[in-house]
Design a protein. Structure first.
Length: 277
């Protein structure tokens, strides 16, 4: 009895997987840089000695990964952007593993604390000056949207001057999650936003001072204290409205999940969040 033949569909899938891995390696190595176009379908089919449908299958997989984009039947364009890939991966993990909002906020505290620790060791004097200016811009901002942008810029600057690209990327996206969560919770109400973020200007300036003093341990501690106060203020504001801590925690996590589903796509953040804590 002869060995059973593999179904054609499975065979084609295996070939397509090999094409996916080859193109993925070229994209991640930079041989196919962000913004460039893949060769035409017929060229890829000839290069790999496969059929057009097999090439299309491989491109569909790369598109699902967020590595290429196809629009209006045009040639696929490389979209290898680290922040987008990270955002999709983290958003998926948060939803699949049912990570609650409190754990996300705790992670942001740890990440920003590490960023501050590294910044105290690695930032130049000019970068510390940039961080100070970013902190001072927050109370000068007008309205929820401008204040949100200023706060995001402050923490983005803190993570960037850590000179750790992976850490900075993680901090940027989880900060965006916090921004989106704040918008969901406040419903755009400046009052709730102000009660959480407004009184913490002095705490942010302590972060700047700790980084400027080149004291990594103190910088880390100051950031953790800042985030502790943020979470405390969020709880006070929201429990005043709910009166039930369990309902508050459930609502917080539901709001986070809803924001992720609405805003994080293979194209990155679908909309610019407008609130922050």
């Amino acid at each position: 009895m002869s060995a059973p033949k593999s179904p054609p569909k499975i065979f084609r899938g295996r070939v397509a997987d090999q094409i996916v891995e080859d193109l993925r390696a070229q994209i991640l190595s930079g041989a196919l840089p962000d913004g460039s176009r893949l060769p035409a379908e017929r060229e890829l089919a000839a290069y790999y000695d496969v059929s057009g449908p097999t090439v299309r299958e491989a491109i569909r997989v790369l598109t699902a990964m967020g590595l290429v984009n196809t629009r209006n039947g045009s040639r696929a364009t490389i979209t290898a952007q680290g922040d987008t890939l990270l955002a999709v991966s983290i958003a998926s993990l948060v939803q699949v593993e049912k990570v609650d909002a409190e754990e996300v906020l705790g992670l942001l505290s740890a990440l920003n604390a590490y960023a501050a620790e590294l910044a105290a060791e690695r930032a130049t004097d000019d970068e510390v000056t940039q961080l100070r200016a970013a902190a001072q811009a927050i109370p000068a901002a007008y309205g929820v949207e401008e204040s949100a942008t200023a706060l995001r810029d402050f923490f983005a600057t803190l993570s960037e001057i850590s000179h750790n690209p992976l850490l900075a990327a993680l901090c940027r996206f989880i900060t965006e999650m916090q921004i989106g969560l704040a918008l969901k919770l406040s419903g755009g109400k400046g009052g709730d936003f102000g009660r959480v973020a407004g009184p913490l200007h002095s705490e942010r300036m302590k972060i700047v001072a700790a980084v400027a003093s080149r004291d990594p341990r103190n910088a880390s501690l100051v950031v953790r204290e800042y985030h502790r106060q943020v979470i405390q203020r969020i709880t006070e504001v929201r429990e005043a409205g709910h009166g039930d801590s369990a309902a508050f925690e459930n609502g917080l996590t539901e709001a986070l999940t809803a924001w992720l589903r609405s805003n994080v796509t293979l194209g990155g953040l679908a909309a610019e969040p407008r609130g922050i804590l």
